[in-house]
Ligand binder design. Structure first.
Ligand code: ARG
Length: 220
């Protein structure tokens, strides 16, 4: 199976040298083991993952992808395996302490993400960056007042950014799943069976624990 991914999203997928590592990599490897298939990763920016999968260029999309009603019109998804959220990251001397403070502020996001659409809908002054790291740098270099990104990624990356802090107030609730081209019924069903078994026997939770991330099970 060819797997489209944007490995700029620790702890879900990131690069360790040339190797793609992370929570989703481990889950996918377990699924592939169950199905008896080989996986081959293709790296790209996040905003190319879903279009590539939809166009049938890749079999699976794996990128901390949030399932939304809009995306479900153009792609098929597995059942969710985790509930994520959007978080606000600011510099420690910032006067922004909660979501309400973002009103009228400039915010960096990654292009094509739910953070981007969420911030646009809320009318913030949005600056979008193709690469997640550039969205982060926009904050630390003072180009924007805040950076909005998925919570677990905010926690992982802010730890490496001098002076950046993640605010406690999460802004959304977002299920993560693997993505496929429309009409991939057989493959999606096989993935769902394998995924369900891995969730039910605690494997998925154990993988999150290995990365120090509290596991939030998706709503049934
Ligand atoms: N969960 C968000 C979304 O689906 C962000 C995903 C970004 N992923 C990445 N690998 N950069 O829009």
């Amino acid at each position: 199976l060819t797997v489209a991914t944007s490995p700029d999203f620790p702890p879900f997928e990131s690069l360790d040298g040339d190797r793609i590592v992370g929570i989703e990599v481990d889950i996918l490897e377990k699924i592939a083991e169950t199905l008896g298939v080989e996986i081959k990763f293709e790296q790209m920016d996040f905003d190319s993952v879903l279009p590539g999968v939809q166009a049938g260029k890749f079999d699976v999309g794996m990128s901390g992808i949030t399932v939304t009603a809009e995306r479900e019109k153009n792609a098929d998804f597995t059942d969710p395996y985790f509930m994520a959220a959007q978080a606000i990251v600011v510099m420690e001397d910032s006067d922004i302490t909660c979501k309400a403070d973002l009103e009228g502020k400039s915010v960096s996001v990654q292009t094509g993400t739910t953070a981007e659409s969420y911030c646009m809908e809320n009318g913030y002054d949005v600056q979008a960056f193709q690469a997640n790291n550039d969205a982060a740098s926009a904050l630390t270099s003072g180009k924007v007042d805040a950076w909005v990104v998925d919570n677990e990624v905010a926690v992982a990356l802010a730890a490496e950014l001098d002076g950046a802090v993640v605010l406690d107030e999460a802004m959304t609730s977002e299920p993560y799943a693997f993505a496929f081209a429309k009409g991939s019924d057989t493959l999606v069903a096989a993935f769902n069976d394998a995924l369900k078994a891995l969730i039910d026997d605690g494997t998925v939770e154990a993988i999150f624990e290995e990365y120090g991330v509290p596991y939030v099970a998706p709503e049934k």
